[in-house]
Write a protein that binds this ligand. Sequence first.
Ligand SMILES: *Cc1c(COP(=O)(O)O)cnc(C)c1O
Length: 224
Amino acid sequence: MFQEDVYQSIQKDLARYPKAKLIAVSKKKPLADILKAHQKGLEHFGENYVQELIAKQEELSSRHGPPLKWHFIGHLQSNKAKEIVGKVDLIHSVDRLSLAEEISKQAQKKAIEQAILLQINISGESSKSGCSPQELENLVQKVINLKGIQLKGLMTIGSPSESIITRELEFEKMNQLLESLNQNFFSSHPLTELSMGMTDDYKLALEKGATLIRVGRALFGERD
Ligand SMILES: *Cc1c(COP(=O)(O)O)cnc(C)c1O
């Protein structure tokens, strides 16, 4: 169920950060919850699974009224990229060159530009997807030459069980990574987006410069 009181309190937190936006993470939640949230003013929705996203978009296709903006935030297999290119405002989870190349190919086929973020494995845990901070500049140099792709910034998922201090350092590192990319590659058109912070740590992420917070459980309740 959509928690309107939580939404209002997040809105209050966000008022102090004019550049930051809330993405309501609606994976595994029914369309009714999404529509309720949209009715109350939420514009941006995040989904993790290609089939689920497409099914929800199809169900909504005959609906009138202001459109929803979709963000793909889950792990994306290259062979599924064609199903979402052009259908989402932003793909947050681009973590390797082969995926960026496939998105580029599909975007050119559709004659569109797809906005993306590069996902960083900031904690360095081998179980996490994401490009390592050390490989980032190399990846960026290749991605900026791909047609049909608009690189907007960086995304990370914090390590779940870590202490608040570790998390704070991770978010600070993300901020520094974006800054150094901007100095080295994008000084005339800096990248603007930093997607980090979820239910348990979005306030900290905002303090550390997040521009997109991805909140699921707090807004929609626990997932089964
Ligand atoms: C599920 C998910 C979220 C939302 O997490 P909550 O803890 O429910 O707020 C955010 N980002 C990603 C990448 C997710 O998979």
